[in-house]
Design a protein around this ligand. Structure first.
Ligand SMILES: Cc1cc2nc3c(=O)[nH]c(=O)nc-3n(C[C@H](O)[C@H](O)[C@H](O)COP(=O)(O)OP(=O)(O)OC[C@H]3O[C@@H](n4cnc5c(N)ncnc54)[C@H](O)[C@@H]3O)c2cc1C
Length: 382
């Protein structure tokens, strides 16, 4: 297939990872979903393909790729296995990118080469039980006494936390300062006082792990600091803006997988003496889905292109995530409807995609938060 909007190199990347998704990820996805087991084999094989170093600078063991390339890879991985793409994005575009952007040379040398090969797994811990969309209201605290710092508090819903040995953690040294009181830290798994409690029962992306992370008097030194004091929130928003493009790509991948399943089923299922694909209702449904998916994909590429060019891209990234997550949810819903009753049963792919899609309207900033960001661009801070 010719992708007119992609360069030759990008097309090659898409077909290489696409083949991997078709041949390796997709056949395993139902079993991983059922068992909820962390898909180590997928992670190892993606690492062997060099995908965990995709956007990492060469000097730290990566291939120095672009945001557009990450969009291509995240879409294809999600098309094969949405849970694997969640793990991949949290690791690379949240945790590792944070360290690459704001770490000292020493921190980058110490952590990134291992993260870039997925020899160690990374997590990003912002959300708390009482602080989600309003992230600046966090209560995880960094306090100083007798010349020593300690970290106390609870983060929850943290992707990869069970497997991670490296955590990027956001904490406040002064809640009254709101965003200006927040610091970013690198915390290692073996830090005394750190415990991880798995959170079970997710609706979808079940093979990705999600956990609570408790910090109880964890000792922290200046070496743990990621960027200057009081700049953590600003850094965090920059990282999230970029990562939202990867999540939007994940949405396009989920939508594409649901659409492909709907086409295949409609060509095979006969009702009232005709195949479903012969009914105009089905054809028009699929025409609408194809249009939505293409629009979402092109908006994702547009946001990534702006980011790669060093242009302002935050609002476009939010638009991409807002649109693409809606397209993922609507496409999965429509694809399930086209399957009729069988679509309601596991292990049809549409039953899984319907569950996988929903989270994309919630994490990395819910759709309401994306609308807030886009509105701020229109009206300013009113
Ligand atoms: C599977 C999964 C994995 C996750 N992984 C991570 C991770 O790795 N790291 C991490 O830090 N977090 C992670 N999260 C957390 C996720 O980012 C938050 O759940 C999300 O930001 C929403 O926060 P909340 O759940 O506290 O909802 P709330 O902030 O309590 O929001 C509840 C509802 O109110 C809406 N709302 C909020 N503010 C407004 C407003 N001003 N106007 C109108 N509506 C509003 C929200 O959109 C939402 O619909 C994960 C979540 C899930 C489900």
């Amino acid at each position: 297939m010719v992708h007119t909007h992609l360069s030759e190199e990008e097309s090659l990347l898409k077909s290489t990872v696409g083949e991997f998704a078709d041949q390796v990820l997709a056949p395993r996805a139902a079993d991983y979903d059922k068992s909820g087991e962390f898909p180590w084999s997928n992670i190892r094989e993606l690492a062997d393909l060099g995908m965990f170093g995709l956007t990492i600078k060469e000097e730290y063991g990566g291939s120095g790729g672009t945001s557009r390339q990450l969009s291509i890879v995240a879409e294809e991985v999600a098309r094969g296995c949405a849970a694997t793409s969640t793990i991949y994005i949290a690791h690379l575009s949240l945790c590792t990118r944070f360290i690459q952007l704001f770490g000292t040379i020493e921190q980058k040398r110490r952590f990134i080469p291992h993260l870039a090969k997925a020899e160690t797994i990374g997590a990003f811990a912002l959300t708390e039980p009482d602080s989600g969309s309003d992230a600046a209201s966090m209560s995880t605290s960094l306090t100083q006494a007798n010349g020593k710092y300690r970290l106390d508090g609870t983060k929850h819903f943290i992707t990869n936390a069970e497997e991670a040995t490296v955590f990027v953690v956001l904490a406040t040294h002064d809640r009254s300062l709101r965003t200006k009181g927040i610091d970013a830290l690198i915390i290692q798994r073996d830090t005394p006082g750190l415990t991880v409690n798995p959170q079970h029962g997710k609706m979808g992306i079940r093979a990705s792990s999600t956990a609570e992370v408790v910090f109880d008097g964890c000792p922290v030194t200046e070496e743990n600091r990621l960027g200057p004091e009081g700049k953590g929130f600003q850094e965090c928003m920059e990282v999230l803006n970029g990562s939202r493009i990867a999540i939007a790509s994940q949405c396009v991948g989920i939508a594409q997988a649901a659409y492909d399943a709907a086409i295949a089923y409609s060509k095979q299922r006969e009702v009232f003496g005709k195949r479903l694909s012969e009914f105009q209702n089905t054809q028009w449904d699929l025409a609408n889905l194809a249009t939505n998916i293409m629009a979402a994909r092109l908006l994702v590429y547009h946001a990534a292109t702006l980011m790669d060019a060093g242009q302002p891209y935050a609002e476009t990234a939010s638009m991409a995530k807002l649109l693409a997550s809606r397209v993922a949810v609507e496409t999965a819903n429509r694809a399930l409807q086209i399957h009729g009753g069988i679509g309601y049963f596991a292990p049809t792919i549409v039953e899984r995609l319907y569950r996988d899609a929903k989270v994309t309207e919630i994490y990395e900033g819910s759709s309401e938060v994306q609308r807030m960001i886009i509105s701020r661009g229109i009206f300013g801070d009113v």
